[in-house]
Design a binder for this molecule. Structure first.
Ligand code: ATP
Length: 270
């Protein structure tokens, strides 16, 4: 499957709004042909009182970000680049669970709709086999000691992936590369947002068991030996599970179990 030229797959914001009307994400959807970053815009909207469930979608980003200042690449007209705003009363320790809910929602939709068996590479990526298909960037603001807002941003390679570009550190893929087919971006986005709404609702009701088992079932790393870089140290061990808060439980060679909070850690399979 060639990576480029891209097939025509326009996003019609009116159609998105219609498809989402009446849902949690049907309140305020902003679409931009080009933005610096959907997360950056949504954070500033959040600071100015944007409502729970606001969505920002861009066709292209000039400063797409991953974590710790890494860049997220995407060609115009090709992929999904979106951010969602959540204003639920959650504790800072619960924020990471929201990242996992988005990862699970996207993985489930991809599997059902496209057949791609996406797996979650803790803490924030989706992989198809050994290739990166999507990344999530979670940012949140606090007021006092509680969470004021959470912005979850996702870049999902639908029609194009940047493998071979100098900035890319590992292999990348897209839905089109995996399937050889063109799945419209807008349809995938609507499905992911609806799926997220269901799981998020269950999570807020305290019904966390199902989502918790899904993010373990869909994990790429469980049972495997991994190396985690926290910035302060490098830790090697076997990934045992991802706990209720989204933290990774590693079993070190000594048999001791260690809990790794997601923060800005980087993980490699060994
Ligand atoms: P890693 O797990 O590879 O150490 P990360 O998960 O910490 O990286 P992120 O912040 O999630 O990194 O994503 C940024 C990185 O993803 C970039 O440094 C680049 O290597 C890679 N990347 C950028 N754009 C894409 C893309 N469209 N598809 C796949 N990978 C990409």
């Amino acid at each position: 499957m060639t990576n480029d030229p891209r097939p025509s797959d326009p996003i019609d914001p009116q159609e998105l709004r219609r498809a989402l009307s009446g849902t949690f994400f049907g309140v305020d959807l902003r679409y931009h042909a080009t933005l610096e970053s959907t997360n950056s815009l949504l954070k500033s909207l959040a600071a100015n009182g944007a409502p729970d469930g606001t969505v920002v979608v861009a066709d292209a980003q000039t400063g797409g970000r991953g974590r710790v200042g890494r860049s997220w690449l995407s060609l115009p007209g090709a992929n999904l680049l979106f951010s969602i705003l959540l204003r639920a009363r959650v504790e800072p320790e619960q924020v990471f669970a929201l990242t996992m809910i988005l990862a699970v929602s996207a993985a489930e939709v991809l599997h059902r709709r496209t057949g791609v068996a996406a797996r979650i590479k803790w803490p924030n990526d989706l992989y198809a086999g050994q290739r990166k298909l999507a990344g999530i960037l979670t940012e949140f603001g606090v007021k006092g000691s509680s969470v004021d807002y959470v912005v979850l941003g996702m870049g999902l390679n639908v029609q194009w992936h940047p493998a071979g570009q100098e900035e890319i550190r590992g292999p990348a893929t897209s839905v089109r590369m995996e399937t050889g087919k063109v799945f419209p971006r807008a349809d995938l986005l609507v499905r992911i947002l609806k799926e997220f709404e269901n799981s998020y609702g269950a999570f807020l009701n305290g019904d966390t068991h199902l989502i918790y088992s899904k993010w373990n079932d869909l994990s790429l790393i469980l049972g495997r030996n991994v190396m985690v870089e926290t910035g302060a140290e490098t830790i090697r061990g076997r990934a045992v599970r991802i706990d209720q808060t989204g933290a990774l439980i590693l079993e070190l060679e000594s048999g001791v179990r260690r809990k790794i909070l997601c923060g800005d850690v980087s993980l490699r399979l060994e």
